[in-house]
Write a protein that binds this ligand. Sequence first.
Ligand code: SAH
Length: 259
Amino acid sequence: MGEHHCPKGIMQRFFITNEQIRGNKINFDREFAHQATRVLRLRKGNSILCIDPEGQTHQVVLSYLGKNQAYGEITESFTENKEPELEITLIQAIPKGDRWPYILQKCTELGVKAIQPLLSERTVFKYNEDRDSKKLERWRRIVKEAAEQSQRQMIPQVFPPTDLISLANILQQFDLVVFAWEEEKEKNLKKLYEAHENSEKIALIVGPEGGFSQREAELLTEAGGKAVALGPRILRSETAAVVLTAITLYQYGQMEVQR
Ligand code: SAH
């Protein structure tokens, strides 16, 4: 493959910060230099795509790839827009084990705008603000890499975990709060979405392996959550998170390419 002829479709993508941009030069740190040379086997003269905090895409030719740093020059800048218009915040009770990283990755690929981890009555996962800040950093790295891989123009936010009481206060900011409840026997998603077709900011709430208690369901409903069933079968938490996100994006026309 000629050095400059790597088609844009398969060029590696990286989100960059404003601090890395100096005129038309982009600086990269040690971590990038290591990943670029060792893992991605990139070489001087190869081109990559860099997405800046405003969501602009820059094609960058690597002019120096050292052990501790690297830099390149912008050869072309352009606007892409693969972001959904619909803003989805996934409010997810953290399941145990690698189900949680799976949810972070899949829902980022699909297009959520933000993820709010939830510690509910039955979450097994334990989180301690100061001791576990490393976990939050890891979750954010998973989301950043998934956003790069899926060619997004922004990195979804991952907030520190919250509990159900504090959650009730933030639900007001959404046009629609969909609360997937495994005990719901009447209300279905289809009718709910038909009655809320102009929503622009939607929260999707999904419970942990153990589900939500009756009390939690009452709290969420009082706070404006609309309880809905996702069919008669019981889905795993990670299945419900992915399915609900995908159905919502599809329903609001966000899984189409411009014809
Ligand atoms: N403890 C429950 C399962 C909980 S599933 C049981 O075994 O019966 C985890 C989460 O996925 C639920 O809290 C809910 O948010 C969602 N979910 C799974 N299946 C669902 C369904 N059929 N309808 C609505 N939500 C569902």
